[in-house]
Write a protein that binds this ligand. Sequence first.
Ligand code: OAD
Ligand code: ZN
Length: 312
Amino acid sequence: RPKLPQYNSIDDAVKLLREAKNIIVLTGAGISTSLGIPDFRSKDTGLYSKLAHLGLSDPQEVFDIHVFREDPSIFFSIAKDILPTEKKFSPTHGFIKLLQDKGKLLTNYTQNIDNIEANAGVLPENIVQCHGSFATATCVKCQHKVNGDAIFNEIKEGIIPECTVCRKRIAEEGLKPQGLKRKRSTNGQQKDRKEFEDSSDEDDYEIPTPGVMKPDITFFGEDLPDEFGQRLIHRDRELADLVIVIGTSLKVAPVAEVPGILPRNVPQIYISRTPVSHTGFDIDMLGDCDVVVSELCRRAGWDLQHQMIPVD
Ligand code: OAD
Ligand code: ZN
């Protein structure tokens, strides 16, 4: 994407901020690290650098839907570490709320699953949680949905949460053979009941187990919520007059493709510690995002609120 030549300095960014009416803010894990929540890919401090003990060929497998279906214990061994807890928020979350208060926030597309935008007072109608969240969870077998906090205690204790609806159904059907699902025999035919009841081989039938409750965060191999594409393509792409990307490495599609599909004449600002090379922004402000947004607000004459719990 060729750079728009008229934008270069911090003051150009301030001018854009002051004049914009419909800002897309695209965020990633970097906006929460000042609160003590690790990002994913930072060397040494990112979550993926701390997962060697799991023995995965790629640490991203903790969020792989196929791995989860095979062995949910891998995800639940780290889930407690990424569960949203206190009601804190960083200056950068405060900045997004400030844009909302000024009537400038079109949409905050967040890849974060920590729900901290809500702590800052960003309204649900202004947020698209591109990678879902812990707000709800769904049974992998019967699709029964619960509020996320219904399984928080189990997650905190490192227990794999199971579906209560599945469990109840199994209890009602009992462990009688007629309640068991017959496995297909090797030639693909179901055994008839006679053969089944006569069989002494335990492997001939499955002991029914309740489904695992999976938090509704978007795993690799799963689709993003429909709202993401709907809102971006059918609404925001037309309306946006400024794009601010903050604290994301833009390594994960399709979110990584957002800057590229927006009209060329809409200016794009990038705020992060690490530059990206695969897409061109008009203004790059490299550094701590809390510091950068504070300086932008100072120059704009805006009062930035935040509520940090110091990281120890
Ligand atoms: P990454 O860890 O890939 O990128 C975070 C970026 O923020 C990096 O460029 C850091 O340098 C930068 N950063 C960290 N702290 C910062 C700070 N205080 N100020 C400024 N910049 C800072 O995280 P994401 O891009 O969010 O998906 O990762 C995208 C997705 O990959 C996640 O949503 C997650 C992950 O796999 C799922 O779990 C499904
Ligand atoms: Zn179920």
